[in-house]
Ligand binder design. Structure first.
Ligand code: ZN
Ligand code: ZN
Length: 205
């Protein structure tokens, strides 16, 4: 359990929702929270009921969960695309306005909050692998709080990118796999040498 989570009433309601969905407060979640808020502002967004907004995330970190909560770009709707390049970068599309922005983290993180000494001590312990669970969470908490206090432009660069319509989530009927018999999206099936259609797991056996 993360006992260092801030529970005071000064926490914004939308951040609270992100934490509730994700399970804990952490720097990654805050990165996504900052991106989501910025995208809402500059692209004039309302949480996506269908596929009005599309998020293309260049990592599969905690940040993605904030975007699911704030923007409604969710794994199940097909408007969350993860190109895992291991980059702290995100492109958010507004289909109706045909505009898109890409946000990318600028530089190495350096703690700028008021608990510098504590942060440095925790940093050293973590680098040495000698930290306790409580210390690890305290470190995450301090970093998350610090990130929340920064101006957006200090952390991320923002650039408008050319809008290209992201494809809608594909819909296709399901057919029974010719080997295991399980219902499978037809466009995901593989044809065999003897002209039968089977599911991907069966094709690998
Ligand atoms: Zn997390
Ligand atoms: Zn099968």
């Amino acid at each position: 359990m993360n006992k260092t989570n801030k529970t005071s009433t000064d926490m914004p309601e939308d951040l609270r929702k992100c934490i509730a969905f994700h399970g804990h407060q952490c720097p990654g979640l805050v990165y996504g929270y900052l991106i989501g808020k910025q995208a809402i502002n500059i692209l004039d967004l309302k949480r996506s009921k269908d596929e009005e907004i599309v998020a293309v995330c260049e990592n599969d970190s905690c940040a993605v969960d904030s975007l699911q909560v704030l923007l409604g770009t969710t794994a199940g709707k097909g408007n969350l695309i993860i190109n895992n390049y291991g980059k702290n970068a995100y492109t958010i599309f507004n289909r109706s306005r045909k505009r898109a922005y890409r946000f990318s983290r600028k530089q190495h993180y350096i703690y700028k909050g008021k608990d510098k000494e504590e942060f440095a001590r925790l940093d050293t312990a973590i680098s040495a692998g000698s930290e306790t669970t409580r210390e690890r969470w305290r470190h995450k908490y301090l970093k998350a709080e610090d990130l929340l206090s920064r101006p957006f432009d200090e952390i991320f660069s923002t650039s408008e990118v050319e809008f290209s319509m992201p494809p809608y989530a594909p819909l296709a009927r399901s057919e029974a796999c010719n080997k295991c018999g399980e219902m499978t999206m037809s466009t995901k099936m593989v044809s065999t040498d003897d002209g039968k259609y089977i599911c991907i797991p069966c094709s690998r056996k």
